[in-house]
Design a protein around this ligand. Structure first.
Ligand code: Q9C
Ligand code: ZN
Length: 742
């Protein structure tokens, strides 16, 4: 084998560098353009997300010795913003409700980021205090003046003022800290939108999403994320911003700011328990969807039970958020990243483990060409908070996500919420329109007469289990990721623009007899060219199976035969659960069809009779299945749920000749399937289409910006129906396919 470049560690770079200046920023004038729904128009291919990059303005380059050579600045870089000044604000009196929001939330988190070496891999952006004009993007001058006045107040005065609001405290540093929380968020958004970095995270205090135009609320003073969204629209001219609020409380402040606004899609899930959990608002329920022109652009997923797990969270992303977000086609994703939704948090009482946040992040990264800004909101279990932030940042940096633990089945209560929110939004979104299921009006967790939840109370046993699981989790940090990518391609492809740490497989010699044994008398596979390809494929797959490389791409002139070889090699090489996503017309050998260890997902192949179907053979046939709109629907509603349910230890993606998928769809499939497989993946292509090999190498490597998804195209009603029926048929075998309880 020969390695291109070195897969070594990056130079740690911890000094902050110059403040990004806004260059070429456009101001929107006149009427705000409404978000468009494209039904049929031409899809733009858009710019590729890899290869030569837009030049970074020289003012943005890191300063100081040794810094310029760091590869990480520019659109592939991840920014981190943290400033000790935001640890100044703290509770000065006794108030059990507010005591959990303290400075150690930031210090513990930052310490762990440094300890893991993650902070050092980021571009450090300085925070700054937002101007009063910027605060005015969301807040009234009167309210800003009230908060400004706290700087000179006595503790007694601060306490009296705080009583005017719900779950709020003030401190003489509140005004500068809250301004800095906003300013830090704006710095991050500016850096991402100018291309100085690709994505990033801001560790801020106080949090923002409960804050309203005229009021502090729930530890929040100024609404950091809402101001950033307004800023992105007005100062950068963006027309579509997605806000994903995964904090466990409803960001009613953010919802209020954008309820009439179709240019901001606001998604929030929250502990609700039929309106009995703080802030106990009717407007947090699933049927509240926005008003006037903003109808359909507010998405609320109420959790009516505590103890929600990884499968519940990922299901909501796959079946609610992603279809809508893909259809919305945002230009920027802002995450109200609260981690009180993580296991162990005293507020949330949920059970999502830290790696779940890696998966949520991975699922969002294909949107907006990866322009994602995560901004800290809540999170009150210090260890859990710190760990969750690590996994989020790790994913932003492009590290492979760890496997998702736990039973891959959503619970009854979360399914009810999914069914209800999908029903509430079906009138507003083409990607949900084919659903014929209405809302469920008598949820399992509610006895209907205003009494307490039936299943909501947590048993002692559950609490104990949670404690043990959490302890285990926090005592053993995730193993260091393997980042090697292998390539088994004809020698003619050496001029590609490929990621630096890449293994070019030279292959092993395969005799005709051996080839026949692997591919069972397939004559196409015994040609010289095919033998060479087979030798490379076997050597590469061997390295994947033995953990020497994490993923790879192989090209073969006889892809059906190569697929059979790869499957057999996978089985003999120790893969316990092998997911094969085969796109296009491919011959699948009989003996591999109902092997219990292989799950075969054939998209766009020959139509298959239902009788031929089995638990481990799922077929969405016909060439329409690979058309863009249909494929995206199949990806979120069928392929990913099946993959997450199966939990493969090896994924094989096989593209048949002229399989019909656009390169960017293959790239998206590749990126997203890295979630359920947690890394080990082999791509098998018939045609060494060079731009595709290049795009996939970057997608596997994890750092490059994703290609643009382009304007939304909806699936044909016939195809949408076929997918819906298939998902319904198979949902008992693969529980993450479920979208309703009826
Ligand atoms: N036991 C954020 O997470 N207290 N704010 C609720 C319920 C207020 C949370 C009391 C929680 C505010 C940003
Ligand atoms: Zn919260």
């Amino acid at each position: 084998m020969r390695w291109r470049g070195v897969a070594g560690k990056e130079e740690p770079r911890i000094e902050p560098w110059g403040c990004p200046e806004l260059g070429g920023v456009t101001r929107t004038t006149g009427r705000r353009r409404r978000w468009r729904r494209t039904e049929n128009g031409e899809r733009s291919q858009g710019s590729r997300g890899h290869g030569p990059r837009k030049k970074v303005p020289s003012a943005l380059l890191p300063a100081g010795p040794g810094m310029a050579e760091n590869r990480r600045s520019g659109p592939q870089a991840t920014a981190l913003i943290y400033d000790e000044d935001m640890t100044r604000v703290r509770l000065l009196w006794d108030d059990p409700e507010c005591a959990i929001e303290g400075p150690e939330r930031l210090t513990a988190t930052y310490a762990r980021l440094c300890h893991r070496g993650l902070a050092q891999r980021c571009v450090r952006l300085p925070a700054r205090e937002a101007t009063e004009e910027e605060l005015g993007l969301v807040h009234s001058p009167e309210y800003v003046a009230v908060v400004k006045g706290t700087q000179t107040m006595s503790t007694e005065e601060l306490r009296t003022l705080a009583q005017q609001y719900d779950a709020v405290y003030f401190h003489p540093s509140t005004f500068p800290c809250a301004r800095m929380a906003v300013g830090a968020t704006l710095q991050l958004v500016d850096a991402v939108l100018t291309g100085a970095v690709g994505n990033g995270m801001a560790l801020v205090r106080p949090p923002g999403h409960h804050s309203q135009r005229d009021a502090a609320n729930g530890f929040c003073v100024f609404n950091n994320v809402a101001i950033a969204a307004e800023h992105a629209k007005r100062r950068h001219g963006l027309q579509r911003v997605l806000i994903v609020d995964w904090d466990i409380h409803h960001g009613q402040g953010t919802q209020g700011v954008f309820e009439n606004d179709p240019s901001v899609l606001y998604f929030s899930w929250h502990r609700y328990e039929h309106q009995s959990f703080w802030p106990r608002l009717r407007e947090s329920d699933y049927d509240v969807v926005g008003q006037g022109p903003g109808r359909g652009f507010t998405v609320n997923v109420p959790w009516n039970k505590v103890g929600m797990k990884n499968a519940d969270y990922v299901s909501v992303f796959l079946h609610v958020l992603l279809p809508l977000a893909i259809e919305f086609d945002p230009e920027l994703v802002l995450v109200s990243a609260g981690f009180d939704s993580g296991i162990g948090d005293p507020e949330g009482q949920m059970q999502a483990t830290p790696e779940c946040f890696a998966h949520l992040t991975l699922l969002l990264l294909p949107l907006a060409r990866g322009r994602l800004c995560a901004v800290l909101e809540g999170g009150y279990h210090l260890q859990c908070l710190a760990e969750c932030v690590c996994l989020t940042l790790q994913t932003l940096l492009g590290d492979p996500v760890p496997a998702l633990s736990g039973d891959p089945a959503p619970c009854l209560s979360s399914l009810e919420s999914i069914q209800n929110v999908r029903a509430a939004h079906a009138p507003h979104w083409a990607s949900l329109r084919h659903e014929d299921t209405g809302p469920i009006l008598t949820p399992s967790t509610w006895c209907g007469d205003g009494g307490p939840p039936l299943l909501g109370a947590q048993s002692v046993g559950t609490t104990e289990r949670r404690g043990t699981l959490l302890d285990k989790l926090l005592s053993c940090p995730p193993p260091p990721p393997h980042t090697g990518i292998g390539l088994a391609v004809p020698d003619s492809t050496s001029s590609l623009n490929l990621p630096p740490a890449l293994l070019q497989e030279e292959g092993v010699i395969v005799s005709k007899e051996e080839a026949e044994m692997w591919s069972r008398l397939d004559s196409a596979s015994t040609q010289d060219q095919a033998l060479a390809a087979l030798g490379k494929l076997l050597a590469l797959l061997d390295k994947i199976l033995t953990g020497q490389v994490r993923a790879g791409i192989a090209v073969s002139p006889a892809v059906s035969a190569a697929m059979a070889v790869a499957l057999r090699k996978g089985l003999t090489g120790g893969a316990q659960r092998l997911l094969c996503v085969a796109v296009g017309e491919l011959d699948i050998p009989e003996d591999l069809r109902d092997n219990g260890r292989i799950l075969l997902l054939n998209i766009g192949g020959k139509e298959q009779s239902e009788a031929a179907a089995s638990r481990t053979h799922i077929c969405l046939g016909g060439h329409e299945a690979t058309e863009p709109g249909t494929f995206l629907l199949a990806l979120t509603s069928l392929i990913l749920p099946v993959a997450y349910s199966f939990r493969p230890d090896l994924v094989l993606i096989v593209l048949g000749p002229d399989c019909g998928l656009r390169n960017l769809d293959v790239e998206l499939l590749t990126r997203l399937l890295q979630g359920p497989v947690a890394g080990q993946m082999l791509l098998l292509l018939q045609n060494p289409d060079l731009p595709l090999v290049e795009a996939l190498a970057w997608a596997l490597e994890g750092r490059a910006l994703p290609s643009t998804l382009g304007p939304f195209l909806s699936a044909s009603p016939k195809q949408a129906l076929a997918i819906t029926r298939l998902c319904r048929q198979r949902r008992l075998d693969w529980p993450m396919l479920q979208v309703s309880v009826t």
